[in-house]
Design a protein around this ligand. Structure first.
Ligand code: MRU
Length: 369
């Protein structure tokens, strides 16, 4: 994607081909700054402090974290330490474990002196694959938007509601839930996006709005409680969200508040789609409510908020009274029955084991064996 005319991915290598560079997402939308990662600790911090976030980008950063960790010591024990350190950074997005398992399985059979170069090669492939996957998700999701546009006899505008940020900032490029919107917009289909602000960290208001602005996609930021009202009044044609982990049975874990949007969509007959790359499917889990670990973050993310004051300075203010405790559940689970369809790189499937296995038959074979 372009930022002020320059093409960016969310993660790339510096000219020394070792240092990893990222966009510091904690500063957006007010400041566009990049940060260099040179060690395992830098990569782990970038993920846990959410300089990078979004399931696919967390996975890509972990892959590069493994590369950085092997500098000067690529022994089995160092590999194991890097794996554990990175795995502990955030609990919910399964792409983290997917990327680490993938890296470990490719590096362990190699001699230690071959491992770091191989790690950099594989991390680059993980990133390239993510871009391809997200572009395909965009194509399949765009067909859904296009079908709605045809149904409306090409009149008016297609209103899409999204939650959190599942745009290019959450992936290496393109995004998942937002990729179909970019592709539809680029093809001339008039789309307008309702952007949930997504308290407490405001990924919608800060990141999705920033992205859509850069790309020139018409959008409106709304507080998280508005979606139901809009749906009751026919102002949402389709919801598209991302996910951090989807079970083999199609239960979808995503940013807190997604479940309430799915309930409102169900009650109002609005199609509710979830866009996901295949590394976000956790084939080991069936029951999302029971089995997916839900991250709980620091209460200060609820009690405080950061923004720009009238002098243009970034300031943090306290919202809640001294002494009031706050709880910060970061994700929730939407049961498969509320999901109209899963938009993957291989097409759109029902949110069910049968649906997913039709698109990914090799998984069916692996589960059976
Ligand atoms: O806490 P975050 O910002 O990492 O949460 C991100 C989300 O919930 C996204 O919707 C999800 O990772 C899908 S990203 C393509």
């Amino acid at each position: 994607m372009n930022v002020d005319g320059k093409a960016y991915r969310t993660i790339w290598l510096a000219p020394d081909n070792k240092t990893v560079e990222i966009i510091d997402q904690t500063k957006l939308p007010h400041l566009f700054t990049t940060v260099q990662l040179t060690s395992l600790e830098d990569a782990a911090h970038a993920i846990s402090a959410m300089l990078v976030r979004g399931a696919p980008l967390i996975g890509a950063t972990a892959a590069y974290g493994m590369c950085l960790a092997l500098e000067g010591d690529a022994s089995d024990s160092r590999l194991a330490q890097a794996y554990e350190t990175l795995l502990a950074t955030r609990p919910t997005a399964v792409n983290l474990r997917w990327a680490l398992d993938d890296m470990r399985s490719k590096l362990l059979p190699l001699a230690p002196e071959e491992r770091q170069a191989a790690a950099y090669r594989r991390a680059a492939e993980v990133c390239d694959e993510d871009v391809e996957i997200c572009s395909s998700i965009g194509d399949h999701g765009k067909n859904l938007i296009s079908a709605l546009w045809e149904k409306n006899e090409r009149k008016g505008v297609i209103n899409v509601l999204t939650h959190c940020n599942a745009g290019w900032l959450a992936t290496v490029d393109w995004g998942t839930a937002i990729a179909p919107i970019y592709k539809a917009h680029d093809e001339g289909i008039p789309v307008h996006v309702w952007v949930d602000e997504t308290r407490p960290r405001n990924q919608g208001a800060s990141l999705t709005a920033w992205e859509l602005n850069r790309h020139g996609v018409p959008h409106t930021v709304i507080v998280d409680n508005v979606g139901g009202h809009l749906m009751q009044h026919g102002l949402v044609d389709i919801c598209i969200v991302g996910t951090d982990r989807t079970t083999a049975a199609g239960d979808v874990c995503n940013k807190i508040g997604t479940y309430l949007k799915a309930l409102a969509a169900d009650a109002n007959g609005v199609p509710f789609y979830v866009a996901l790359p295949s590394p976000t499917i956790d084939w080991t889990l069936e029951d999302g409510l029971r089995d997916i670990p839900i991250e709980q973050r620091d209460a200060t993310e609820v009690s405080h908020m950061t923004g720009r004051n009238s002098e243009g300075e970034l300031v943090t203010i306290q919202l809640t009274p001294d002494g009031s405790p706050a709880a910060n559940y970061a994700f929730d689970v939407t049961p498969a029955r509320y999901v109209t369809g899963l938009i993957t790189e291989r097409g759109v499937s029902p949110a069910s084991r049968e649906g997913l296995e039709t698109l990914f038959p090799q998984q069916q074979a692996m589960t059976a064996s």
